[in-house]
Ligand binder design. Structure first.
Ligand code: ATP
Length: 365
């Protein structure tokens, strides 16, 4: 079990900077997600924490001890890769006990540890089977068992479920999360799948082009994205941005779109110029045409809901509404928003005018 502190971590490969000055803290026992698109530096960050890659600069602390330049073998961290390679000529028990035997642990102690792990994973009945004929799920469990059996300070997992089909992946992600809750070991998990990160993580770091865009609990990241990148990357369909020119000053509680005034949470930072009015599709309401409106250009029926795409004076907008509500392609629809869910962004820098720490205040009255 371990707390991991990352301070100004940077990694250069020649002239290319893969990770730029990242800082965040992973608390003891957390299930921590490193999330972002391909090439954003997630794996490089994970490998630096594990000691498989040394940072160009910055610091890593595990339980208060600086390990930045220490080898992987000196950090007591287990790494679980996407492709779970098992030893095909060994049975399940031999596969799981291998890391302990190679450490020279006494036989009785190995037996005890393997029995404990088999119980945690529910694989006691297959311990003496060859790994060859086992299902994908059992193979995943054995690979996890091989990491758990060492009782390391923390687990690093690099898209461990990436190669699985959707249904099985969902099953295994629930199992992995339940396993974590039983063991309470600090786990750092790399994924490019925002849904997986939201479902499994206690905390998420969202990375883009080597930088940390936001760090926090899933709900804050969803409700209060720090940047337009985060707002787009998290959520499906992603957040809408309606662009307008204007000035948002300290304490403003309304903005004007196409001559219509909308209430917004009080914006704490001043901003002049092009502003993006951010609202998630599920927070858009379509009314009979009056006030601010848009033309319906597409409808995607999803069973319990429907996604309606509209052309507004400020750009394209998607609304997720009940599938029972009648809307017609080609017709106009009135548009309104729940003001508490609106986030304004500086459209040039992409940065939110309101941060999660300064959630805008709109009274309920
Ligand atoms: P993916 O999910 O595709 O693996 P990622 O977010 O994990 O993406 P990294 O694997 O950390 O990304 O790679 C970040 C960037 O660093 C990529 O552009 C990659 O090509 C580059 N990179 C990674 N390792 C090396 C290396 N050893 N030498 C040179 N460039 C590298």
């Amino acid at each position: 079990m371990a707390q991991i502190i990352i301070k100004n971590l940077r990694k250069d490969f020649g002239n290319f900077t893969a990770v730029k000055s990242s800082s965040f803290t992973i608390e003891d026992g957390e299930f921590f997600m490193l999330l972002g698109p391909s090439g954003c530096g997630k794996t490089t960050t994970l490998r630096m924490i594990a000691g498989l890659e040394l940072p160009t600069s910055g610091e890593i602390y595990i339980d208060g001890e600086e390990v930045s330049q220490k080898r992987a073998s000196q950090r007591d961290i287990a790494f679980v890769f996407q492709m779970f390679a098992l030893y095909p000529h060994m049975n399940v028990r031999q596969n799981i006990s291998y890391p302990l035997k190679s450490q020279g642990m006494p036989k009785a102690k190995v037996k005890e540890r393997v029995a404990k792990v088999a119980k945690i994973l529910g694989i006691e009945d297959i311990l003496n089977k060859p790994v060859g004929g086992l299902s994908g799920g059992d193979r995943q469990r054995i690979a996890l068992g091989r990491a758990i059996v060492r009782e390391p300070k923390a687990f690093m997992m690099d898209e461990p479920l990436g190669a699985l089909d959707a249904e099985f992946r969902e099953h295994m992600s629930a199992e992995l999360r339940a396993l974590h809750d039983r063991m309470g070991a600090t786990t750092v998990y790399v994924t490019h799948d925002q849904l997986e990160a939201m479902q499994m993580g206690d905390k998420i770091v969202v990375m883009n082009h080597g930088s940390v865009e936001q760090f926090g609990v899933p709900q804050d990241i969803y409700d209060w994205p720090a940047t337009m990148f985060v707002a787009t990357f998290i959520g499906s369909p992603s957040m809408n941005f309606l662009r307008f020119n204007g000035t948002v000053g300290i304490g403003d509680t309304s903005v004007e779109l196409d001559g219509h005034v909308f209430e917004v949470p009080s914006q704490l930072e001043g901003c002049k110029g092009e502003i993006a009015f951010g609202v998630r599709p599920e927070h858009v309401t379509l009314d009979p045409e009056e006030g601010y409106s848009g033309k319906v250009i597409a409808i995607e029926y999803l069973g319990t809901s429907q996604i309606v795409t509209l052309e507004t004076p400020n750009g394209t907008l998607k609304a997720r509404i009940a599938s029972t509500q009648e809307v017609v392609v080609g017709e106009m629809a009135g548009i309104s928003f729940n003001p508490k869910t609106v986030t304004l962004f500086n459209n040039e820098t992409g940065v939110a005018l309101l941060s999660v720490n300064n959630k805008g205040v709109l009274s309920d009255g």
